[in-house]
Design a protein around this ligand. Structure first.
Ligand SMILES: C[S@@+](CC[C@H](N)C(=O)[O-])C[C@H]1O[C@@H](n2cnc3c(N)ncnc32)[C@H](O)[C@@H]1O
Length: 339
């Protein structure tokens, strides 16, 4: 290699900021590769090593040059490797996406490449007044899959609330994947109740999961808007849960909602809220969620923790317990009851 070229390359690398941006860019390319490899079925097809031609046939590829380009990014990012003409998955991330918690990890990547990215791409125009995004109706299934990321935290939170309760009838509002109901049942097998979600695709997902967990006789999953609770959902409930939900309601609607829910609680019942709150620049995950929420129609910016505890008190739930889940994070749990 010519020394002059090496020196000019080193000069380029001295451009302030270039090295860290290039490192970030590599991560960005890798994430996009995994997205494309997952969506196209490439990762699934690589459950067993395959030649390029076998892959093209299996995925019904019509543009071999584009497929080759994708394989090349896979090799260059070290997510794929090739041995004796057979491609296989090499990278930790791609392996994990096809592993035990793969669905949640895939959803995380899908969210980042699609509506998260869209929020930043359009932020400049939207700050100047362009219409907010209307993706919410299309992304419900993805949001519910991604929300499973906090399952271990929520499992702990909910088991502290339900353990030892008898009777235990639960109303999980905005139930998403239904994972919270499963966590409640794992902690207390007396648990039964209702999961409600406004999004039809999410309801299908929750019903499928509840049935796969063998809990269909315990939990009914209903389709509907909690603002218009149907007669099918008869209280009283011992535990009502709002997990990652309150920011789906306008500020003006929240007190009315909490008052209605308080009226559905049994005398010893509790209302449990778990969600991300405003981070004031201290929690990048919540700051990101707040930006995404502020970019979409149908959701609001994240509230402050004090706003929510004050609303709970105004609704008549005077006894408030705050659970801080992680140092450095503004993801909190709040348990509210009448006494
Ligand atoms: C961010 S997801 C959280 C899902 C689940 N609680 C979890 O964290 O895994 C919020 C869910 O609330 C549902 N939702 C929003 N507004 C609702 C309403 N008015 N009534 C019932 N469900 C609602 C959405 O469809 C979505 O599935």
């Amino acid at each position: 290699m010519n020394l002059r070229y090496t020196l000019s390359f080193l000069r380029i690398m001295k451009i302030p900021g270039l090295y860290p941006i290039m490192k970030d860019w590599q991560g960005f390319i890798r994430m996009h590769f995994i997205y494309a490899a997952y969506e196209s079925g490439l990762l699934e097809a690589l459950a067993t090593p395959r030649t390029r031609n076998e892959l093209i046939e299996e995925l019904d590829g019509k543009r071999p040059e584009l497929f080759d380009a994708l394989l090349e990014v896979g090799l260059a990012s070290k997510e794929l490797a090739i041995n004796n003409g057979l491609f296989h998955i090499r990278g930790r991330r791609s392996k994990a996406v096809m592993g035990t918690n793969g669905d949640m990890l895939a959803a995380m990547i899908q969210a980042n490449v699609t509506y998260y990215s869209d929020a930043y791409r359009n932020a400049a125009d939207r700050i100047h007044g362009r219409e907010l995004g209307d993706d919410l109706a299309r992304i419900g299934d993805l949001v519910a899959r991604f929300s499973k990321i906090s399952e271990p935290i929520i499992k702990n939170f909910i088991s502290g609330i339900v353990r030892g309760r008898n009777p235990l009838r639960i109303f999980d509002i905005g139930c998403g994947s239904g994972v919270l109901l499963k966590s409640a049942f794992d902690a207390n097998p007396l648990a039964s109740g209702v999961g409600l979600d406004i999004d039809e695709a999410v309801v299908q997902q929750a019903r499928h999961n509840v049935s796969a967990w063998g809990l269909s006789d315990r939990f009914e999953i209903l389709h509907g808007d909690v603002r218009h609770v149907s007669r099918e959902i008869a209280g009283p409930f011992d535990v009502i849960t709002l997990y990652n939900l309150l920011y789906y309601f306008e500020i003006s609607e929240r007190l009315g909602l909490l008052q209605t829910l308080r009226g559905m609680l049994s005398p010893q019942g509790v209302l449990a809220v778990a969600m991300g709150f405003r981070s004031k620049g201290k929690d990048i995950g919540m700051a990101n969620l707040n930006l995404v929420n502020s970019s979409l129609k149908g959701v609001t910016p994240l509230p402050e923790l004090s706003e929510v505890t004050s609303l709970l008190k105004q609704s008549g739930l005077e006894k408030i317990e705050i659970h801080r889940f992680m140092a450095g994070s503004t993801f909190y749990g709040v348990v509210a009851s009448q006494n």
